[in-house]
Design a protein around this ligand. Structure first.
Ligand code: NAD
Ligand code: TYD
Length: 371
């Protein structure tokens, strides 16, 4: 089998080392349940699917926690191929009812409590949604039958790498070694997914991606937090010395990778996703300040996060070799586009900042910013 290159019209292209082969694409209409689709990556994925697979139906199941925002899905709501259902992935009755109504072919599980700092404050809800929720979804997949259950996981399950070993990267064989309650809950879910494959032969796949950035990113995470605060000329809270390294990927590149894995990836496999875009937090914050024409004097160093991972860096070789995936967006272009998006969509994030999130910010940063 050649290496999958991509789709053009009704053909798929494969590369065999010396020549390309064109194969007619068999377009099968599918029902996808996308959980957590009112959040950052899930919503971007819904738009990616509606655009690239107009024949498919997409059903979003989301509990609408503080991180879920229905206004994000306003455009999707206009499509007859889209349905939104409010519900909790850990609620068995609700999940089974949805499976009975929709008979999904594919389930892509984005739903999660996703913020490390919140997991340090209150781990319980992370276990409920990220672990029990995954179990409930997979039980429904077993009961009603499924072509693919896909778990959206994170590189944080591998723990961290030292700053002085730039030659080291996470591969799919890197041992699981978690640091925060968030990453421990995601790793637990991954192990459960692989156990369901081995024990029940449930057709599963897992992707482990590095840090994403782009439109609809909730403003408690580094990049949107810094953009929104810099625009208001407020201090930018950088943890520790700002030397921790993250491997940033534009969110649409993550969506294209998941799309490939659910349709072409092998069952029972884990695929790492990343674009070799390592930056220290300080570099990221300074880039944002330059984009906005704001002074570096806004940077305020605050007490470090407990257990703070030093460096994440992904080796995406497997997904490239097997599925031909490569990221399309360079960091400089992606960050420029992201800053522009936040400038053009002020009402989206200003509404969030004016609500419940304000209390969270004061609780988490109030004392740290006064030090
Ligand atoms: P997010 O916090 O922006 O969105 C999470 C969504 O899940 C929200 O819409 C929320 O309402 C929903 N949700 C939470 N609990 C739920 C429940 N019990 N039932 C149904 N819906 C529920 O998260 P995100 O950044 O979009 O991350 C999505 C997934 O990708 C997560 O599984 C995360 O672990 C993973 N991931 C994120 C990143 C990143 O950089 N953000 C990187 C790698 C992997
Ligand atoms: P975050 O966006 O929370 O993602 P993750 O912890 O999953 O990588 O944080 C990215 C990096 O930015 C991380 O090293 C912590 C740091 N950070 C700050 O320095 N200040 C902040 O206010 C936040 C939210 C994060």
């Amino acid at each position: 089998m050649g290496q999958y290159v991509g789709i053009c019209g009704s053909y798929e292209y494969y590369f065999y080392g010396y020549y390309f082969q064109r194969r007619e694409r068999i377009v099968e209409e599918m029902n996808l349940i996308v959980t957590g689709g009112a959040g950052f990556i899930g919503s971007n994925f819904i738009y990616y699917e509606l655009e690239n697979h107009p024949e498919d139906r997409v059903i979003c199941l989301d509990k609408l926690t503080y991180a879920g925002n229905l206004s994000t899905l306003e455009e999707a709501m206009k499509s007859p191929q889209f349905r939104f259902v409010k519900g909790d992935i850990a609620d068995r009755e609700c999940v089974e009812k949805l499976f009975e109504e929709e008979h999904p072919d594919i389930v892509v599980n984005f739903a999660a409590e996703s913020h490390v700092d919140r997991s340090i404050e209150d781990p319980g809800i992370f276990l409920m949604t990220n672990v029990i929720g995954t179990e409930v979804l997979m039980d429904a997949c077993r009961k009603y039958g499924i072509k693919r259950y896909h778990q959206v996981s994170t590189d944080e399950v591998y723990g961290d790498l030292p700053l002085d070993r730039p030659d080291l990267f996470f591969t799919e064989e890197t041992p699981i070694h978690t640091s925060s309650p968030y990453s421990a809950s995601k790793a637990s879910a991954d192990l459960l997914v692989l156990a369901y494959y081995r024990t029940f032969r449930l057709p599963v796949s897992i992707t482990r991606c590095s840090n994403n950035y782009g439109p609809f990113h909730f403003p408690e995470k580094l990049i949107p937090l810094m953009i929104s605060r810099a625009l208001a000329d407020e201090p930018l809270p950088v943890y520790g010395k700002g030397e921790n390294v993250r491997d940033w990927l534009y969110v649409v590149d993550h969506c294209s990778a998941i799309d490939l894995v659910i349709r072409k990836g092998r069952e029972g496999e884990v695929y790492n996703i990343g674009g070799h875009n390592e930056r220290t937090n300080l570099e990221v914050v300074k880039t944002i300040l330059r984009e906005l024409g704001k002074p570096e004097s806004l940077i305020s160093y605050v007490t470090d996060r407990p257990g703070h991972d030093m460096r994440y860096a992904i080796d995406p070789g497997k997904i490239h070799r097997e599925l031909g995936w490569l990221p399309q967006t360079k960091f400089d272009d992606g960050i420029h586009r992201t800053v522009q998006w936040y400038l053009e969509h002020r009402e989206w994030w200003e509404k969030i900042l004016s609500g419940e999130y304000r209390n969270y910010f004061d609780h988490m940063y109030g004392k740290r910013l006064q030090q």
